[in-house]
Design a protein around this ligand. Structure first.
Ligand SMILES: Nc1ncnc2c1ncn2[C@@H]1O[C@H](COP(=O)(O)OP(=O)(O)O)[C@@H](O)[C@H]1O
Ligand SMILES: [Mg+2]
Length: 261
């Protein structure tokens, strides 16, 4: 059986308009994800993490290389892959209910089917009772719950999250991390997760792809063999956690030094 996701030899160049040249943003990036696996992409800013996620989603095309989702080449965005953004990207004129149901509407699901699915998602992310609120009437943490519910509503094969907790304060972030982790423990989903937070990457992941800059590429793949279900507090206090963190830090600081030169 084909892996849930296969990223093969991705090269991506962007034009540098100021200098009239092209620069290499991603160089020979390859990895696979098995169904239900949680994989983090971590690395200094500008190393191409967002670009990589957008290529997997189909929003961006690679210069060369290919992405296969369950053995089928990705050509454009479709409902097999759903993206959660750092800045939520909700429609301000739509209620919580209609934001969550947006993808279902685009897909052509009828009203009754949509409402049932949205209700299930509201419960899943803990937003029952808020369906008629507008995004500006709820907190950032709640807005991101809507973003996550909207992505999961389509029951995608692959969930893509680009620094989903990056715009939240520390306490909201912690709470949402725990809730998302609990949701994914109950219903494992193949996930690619971009972060530059090492603790977050270890807590969630089965594997962490450490990216380097100039050009963006995978420096090392770090396995996280911590048992599941994971309790945030116990995990963080463990010896294994400290060891992985130390290793990630040594890889990332090397990359940041390269960047400085
Ligand atoms: N549409 C674009 N046009 C030109 N350059 C881009 C574009 N998008 C991203 N880049 C460049 O590609 C590099 C990687 O960006 P990005 O994927 O956003 O990195 P990260 O998410 O790791 O911070 C950066 O140097 C950025 O300036
Ligand atoms: Mg980014």
């Amino acid at each position: 059986m084909a892996p849930a996701l296969e990223v093969r030899n991705i090269f991506k160049q962007f034009p540098d308009k100021e200098r009239g040249i092209t620069h290499d943003v991603l160089v020979d990036v390859s990895f696979t994800a098995q169904a239900g696996e949680f994989i983090s992409l971590i690395g200094p800013s500008g190393c191409g993490k967002t670009t990589m996620l957008r290529i997997v989603h189909g929003l961006e095309t690679s210069t060369t290389g290919s992405v296969l989702c369950n053995g089928v080449a990705v050509k454009r965005p479709d409902h097999h892959r759903a993206l959660v953004f750092q800045h939520f990207n909700l429609f301000p004129w739509r209620t919580v209910h209609d934001n969550i149901g947006y993808g279902l509407e685009v897909r052509g699901d009828d009203r009754g089917k949509r409402t049932d699915r949205v209700r299930l998602m509201l419960d899943l992310v803990g937003l029952g009772g808020f369906e008629d609120y507008y995004p500006h009437e709820i907190s950032g943490g709640m807005q991101q719950r809507v973003g996550i519910a909207r992505a999961l509503a389509l029951n995608p094969d692959i969930l893509l999250m680009d620094e989903p907790f990056g715009a939240l304060d520390a306490i909201t972030r912690e709470k949402l991390q725990r809730d998302i982790s609990a949701i994914l423990e109950r219903q494992p989903k193949t996930t690619l997760f971009v972060t530059h937070n090492m603790d977050e990457a270890i807590y969630f992941s089965d594997r962490i792809l450490v990216f380097g800059t100039k050009p963006g590429r995978i420096v090392e793949e770090v396995k996280v063999n911590l048992p599941r279900p994971r309790q945030a507090d116990t995990i963080r206090a463990s010896h294994e956690f400290a060891e992985i963190r130390e290793h990630l830090w040594s890889l990332l600081s090397k990359e940041m030094q390269r960047e400085d030169h």
